[in-house]
Design a protein around this ligand. Structure first.
Ligand code: NAD
Ligand code: UFG
Length: 340
C-alpha cells in the first residue's frame, strides 16, 4: 500500500479526496491544524471508509514541526497539498497572513520532499489565476492575469514556485490542478462543506437559507452581460474533483507524466448562472428559496468555465456527476448537520 500525505485533509476538498484515496487502496496520513476544520471530519471519513486515516494535528507554518514530521514518517510516496487559507475577502484584509499560510507552508513542504526524495506532488490551484477570461471555455494555455486578491496571488506564486522547483529537479514531478467551483458533499452525508461563520460561497449560502439559518439569499447582480444577467461559473461535484486527484496521483506514481510540471483544469466544462443554480436547487429540494437581487459583488468575474479537454484526454478523467446530484448532496448534508 502506497503511503500518501494529504495536507489539509480534514478540509472540504481534502476530506473527500482522503475517502477516494482510501477507497483506491492508498494508505493516508493527514496533516491539518484544524484552523478551518474539526476532528468530527475524521469520524466522518472513517464512517465511510471503515479505515481511520493516520492524523497529525500540525501547523505547516512551523518549519521545525514539518522537519520533525518527515523524520518520523518514512516511505511517503506522494503529497497532495490542500492546506491553505481560501477566503478571498479575508485575504484582502490580511495579506501577510495569506502569504505566510499559503506560501511558506508550500516552501517548507517542498524542502522536506527534496530532503526525503519524495518526488510526487499534487497542488490545489484555482481558476482564479485566469482572472476575467478573454475567451470561453478557458484552456490551460490562457494567460494568467494579474491577481485581484492576495489569495489569488498566492495561487499564482505557488504555481511559479513549483515550476521553478521542477525545472531544477527533473526527478521531482508535480501536477497543479486548477479547480473551478467545487460544490456538494459525499453521497453518505457523512462529510461535506463546513463554512465557518456566514458562508461567502453561493451553495452553502443557499443550503443555509433553505435550512432557515439565513433569512434570504442575496444575488450579487442581475445586470451582467449573460443570458439572464447573473454571473456564470463551472460548478463541479466535490466527489468528481476528489477523484481527479487520485487519477493525477496515479499518473505521477506511474511516471506517466509528459513533463515534470503539468497543469490541468478540473471542471465540468459547463457554465451555469446564479439564477439557474437557484432554480435547480428549488427543483431538487422542492422548496421555494427566498432571494433578492442586490448590487454586484466587487471583484466578481462575469463568466468562467473550463475547457476540460486536457484532463479528459490526458488524465482520462471526466466529471460524471450532474449539477442536480451536487445540489441534492449539498442539501442532504445541510439537513444532516442541522438535524432536519
Ligand atoms: P478548507 O479550508 O476546507 O481546507 C483546508 C484545510 O487546510 C483546513 O482543514 C485547514 O484547517 C487546513 N489548514 C490551513 N492552514 C493550515 C496550516 N498552516 N497547517 C495545517 N493545516 C492547515 O478548503 P478547501 O475548500 O478544502 O480547499 C482546499 C484547497 O483547494 C485550498 O488550497 C484552496 O485554496 C484550494 N481551492 C479551493 C476552492 C474552493 O472553492 N473550495 C477553489 C479553488 C482552489
Ligand atoms: N454569489 C451570490 N450570492 C452569494 C454568494 C455568491 O450571488 O451569497 C454569486 C457570486 O457573485 C458569483 C457566484 O455566486 O457570481 C459564485 O460565487 P462563489 O463565492 O461561490 O464562488 P467564486 O466563483 O466567487 O469563487 C470561488 C472560491 C474562490 C476560488 C474561485 C475559483 O470562493 O476561492 O471559486 O476557484 F478562487
Amino acid at each position: 500500500m502506497k503511503k500518501i500525505l494529504v495536507t489539509g485533509g480534514l478540509g472540504y476538498i481534502g476530506s473527500h479526496t482522503v475517502v477516494e484515496l482510501q477507497n483506491s487502496g492508498f494508505e493516508v496520513i493527514i496533516i491539518d491544524n484544524l484552523s478551518n476544520s474539526s476532528l468530527n471530519v475524521l469520524e466522518g471519513i472513517t464512517s465511510i471508509t471503515k479505515k481511520p486515516p493516520v492524523f497529525e494535528r500540525l501547523d505547516l507554518r512551523i518549519k521545525a514541526d514539518v522537519i520533525d514530521f518527515f523524520q518520523r514518517h518514512e516511505n511517503i510516496a506522494g503529497v497532495i497539498h490542500f492546506a491553505a487559507s481560501k477566503a478571498v475577502g479575508e485575504s484582502v484584509a490580511q495579506p501577510l497572513y495569506y502569504y505566510e499560510n499559503n506560501i511558506s507552508t508550500l516552501i517548507y513542504l517542498l524542502q522536506e520532499c527534496k530532503a526525503h526524495s519524495i518526488n510526487n506532488f499534487i497542488f490545489s490551484s484555482s481558476c482564479t489565476v485566469y482572472g476575467e477570461p478573454d475567451s470561453l471555455p478557458i484552456t490551460e494555455e490562457a494567460p494568467v492575469k494579474k491577481a485581484t486578491s492576495p489569495y489569488g496571488n498566492t495561487k499564482q506564486i505557488s504555481e511559479e514556485i513549483l515550476e521553478d522547483t521542477c525545472s531544477v529537479h527533473p526527478q521531482f514531478r508535480c501536477i497543479a490542478l486548477r479547480y473551478f467551483n467545487p460544490i456538494g458533499a459525499h453521497d453518505s452525508a457523512m462529510i461535506g462543506e463546513l463554512p465557518v461563520g456566514v458562508p461567502q460561497n453561493l451553495v452553502p449560502f443557499i443550503t443555509q437559507t433553505a435550512a432557515g439559518v439565513r433569512k434570504e439569499l442575496a444575488i450579487f447582480g442581475n445586470d451582467y452581460n449573460t443570458s439572464d444577467g447573473s454571473c456564470i461559473r463551472d460548478y463541479i461535484h466535490v466527489v468528481d474533483l476528489a477523484k481527479a486527484h487520485v487519477v493525477a496521483l496515479e499518473r505521477l506514481l506511474k511516471k506517466a507524466n509528459a513533463s515534470n510540471f503539468e497543469i490541468f483544469n478540473v471542471g465540468t466544462g459547463k457554465g451555469t448562472s446564479v439564477l439557474e443554480i437557484v432554480e435547480a436547487f428549488e427543483a431538487v429540494s422542492e422548496l421555494k428559496l427566498p432571494y433578492r437581487i442586490v448590487e454586484r459583488r466587487p471583484g466578481d468575474v462575469v463568466s468562467v468555465y473550463a475547457d476540460t479537454t486536457k484532463a479528459n484526454e490526458i488524465l482520462e478523467w471526466k466529471a460524471e456527476r450532474s449539477l442536480k446530484d451536487a445540489l441534492s448532496s449539498a442539501w442532504k448534508w445541510e439537513q444532516h448537520i442541522r438535524n432536519l
